[in-house]
Design a protein around this ligand. Structure first.
Ligand code: GLP
Length: 245
């Protein structure tokens, strides 16, 4: 793991977007793994600006999102499809048929997990996977204890995770779905490169466990210590409990 330290969250997001843009320019057919959450708002704002001002071209890129809630319509304000459409997809020239997410409304969720996993494999797997970090240490919705070899599956969300994500549900924790479909840690770890973006004081303690603690299923993000090409981009607040190295 290589930790890249920045001063502020905007600098962290700008560096993250810059790395994505560089990879996309080098390989226009990039298979990009994408993440949601407030941490990503600024990353997508930077990517939209790079598209508008510098002509960053998404037309040949394929996008696979990490996860989606079960039971939400795509236009529900809390759904990750809606998040991605609002923040990125309809603001850049990515082709709609290249934007992939698990279908949280699928009648058979287990079958939907298999379909998604097969689609990822058929595309050749992710070249670059963008990741945020949950308060529980989760990646995607892989909650502790998390198997490091899991594939796309249905996950039952922890109470803390539902609290973390309540803002898009009017602050009502009970409105946050209890189930979601998520890429597994095994799926994520097969990405050729990983980029973990973590900002803000609320994540300082869990970030230190992810980066410097033991590799353990109790801290799903610690699995990234085993990834051969993982960069962790942090701001000063999130880095507060990291060693000085
Ligand atoms: C959700 C997503 C995670 C994401 C997390 C971070 O739980 N499933 O993939 O990392 O939110 O959220 P935020 O950036 O809002 O802190």
């Amino acid at each position: 793991m290589q930790v890249l330290r920045t001063a502020h969250e905007d600098e962290a997001a700008s560096l993250t977007a810059g790395i994505i843009a560089q990879e996309l320019r080098a390989r226009p057919g990039l298979v990009l793994g994408l993440a949601t959450g407030r941490t990503m708002d600024l990353v997508y704002a930077h990517l939209v600006r790079l598209h508008r001002e510098d002509g960053l071209d998404f037309s040949r890129c394929q996008a696979f999102n990490l996860d989606e809630y079960a039971g939400l319509a795509p236009d529900h304000p809390g759904s990750y499809r809606r998040y991605m459409e609002d923040h990125l997809f309809r603001r850049v020239n990515i082709q709609a048929q290249h934007t992939h997410m698990p279908d949280g409304l699928a009648p058979d969720l287990a079958l939907e997990c298999q379909r998604y996993e097969t689609l990822i494999r058929a595309s050749g797997g992710m070249d670059l996977q963008l990741l945020g970090l949950g308060w529980t240490g989760h990646l995607g919705f892989n909650e502790p204890p998390a198997a490091f070899d899991s594939r796309t599956h249905v996950s039952r969300l922890m109470e803390l995770t539902r609290e973390q994500n309540a803002a898009l549900f009017g602050g009502d924790v009970s409105a946050v779905p209890e189930l979601a479909i998520t890429m597994g840690l095994g799926t994520i770890l097969e990405a050729r490169r990983c980029l973990l973006l973590v900002t803000g004081a609320a994540k300082a303690s869990i970030l230190a466990r992810v980066v410097e603690g033991p590799v353990t299923p109790m801290v799903p993000g610690s699995a990234l210590q085993r990834h051969p090409d993982c960069r962790v981009i942090v701001d000063a607040e999130a880095a507060a409990e990291l060693g000085t190295g």
